[in-house]
Design a protein around this ligand. Sequence first.
Ligand code: SF4
Length: 395
Amino acid sequence: MARVMAKKSRKPPVAARVQAQSGRARSGSRDANVPKLLEAWFQTAARDLPWRRTRDGYRALVSELMLQQTQVSRVVEKFEPFIARFPTPAALAEASEDEVLAAWQGLGYYRRARLLHAAAKAVVARHDGEVPSDAEALRALPGVGRYTSGAVASIVFGARAPIVDGNVARVFQRLEAREGSASDAAVQAWAWERAEAFVAAARAPGVANEALMELGATVCTPAAPRCPACPLRAACRAHAEVRVDEIPAPKTRVARKDLVLVTACVRRADGAVLLEQRPRGGLWGGLWQPPTVESADGAELSPRAAAELLQLPSSVALQARGEEPFLTTHRAVRFMVFAAVLRGAATGLSTGLSNSLANSLANSLTTRGRVWVKPDELANYALSNAAKKVLARGG
Ligand code: SF4
């Protein structure tokens, strides 16, 4: 039975956590040495990351969701501001979805922000606002799968719960020279078995799990692993057989679908930009973007044809600004970018519109849910990275 730590503790050193979490490890296991070596290595090798400074279920949950599909360096930048904005599950649960998405900007994959928001609501409704310590209760929260529940339950609460992510699967595969891609279902099932045996043999399950992830992220990396610096070198079959470069096999790439979008960056003379919100479901669901529409055939368009497609009046004098490519996991997106600035004649600039005409044209564009957003208000609107690139191209 796992020993459960107190819910919060300030900057616990790894050695103290090993002592606090130490429970009965399975003896005589072939895995007994590996967790021990990792626990010892982690005492000096652990990176100082913001979510490690205070062990708390909520901070761990937020950091784990942020770290799925986003680089650590980016999460380091965004983590504390997010926690400052929403310091408790209750504060996050009470926020609007738009507020949560705006605070998530820069982390990408906004579906995770919505799931975290839903998880916070569930924590308030089912657990009195405290993130549960039990892996099963954690796993019942929206967006929390077997990996995240195991990570939070073991790292924060010392539960003997296994974890497998890409880093962990790669380390196990190399340790045992297990062939195949880490994304293969058979390899995944095998890795979970290995993770269960690993955590069963650990003295301090949370420290061992965290050390295993750290090793995969910093030493046993996908390319150019640093075997000479690895605490598991003597136990590693791939290293002994000089097959580290072959294991794991590369992922089978899924072909991306092509998508061509026509988009217009329209600004007022005061710098405000015209934005619209995408439908809640699907690609970039609920995020804000310059007016954008899918092109049926991807054929080149004149500015006038683009304005028509985007349902902008012909008096908005669009100019072509070239193309902006953007890759998502499943799509190769090509934006055909157009731009216009609505200026009054008093500015002496090109369009020749009178001030009142420019103003009434600007006002007429706020149909179809489109809004003018001033530069100092932009941070309140969640924009995808693709929309930011398009805006940069559109000027
Ligand atoms: S010895 Fe090399 S391949 Fe083996 S676990 Fe360590 S870093 Fe990975």
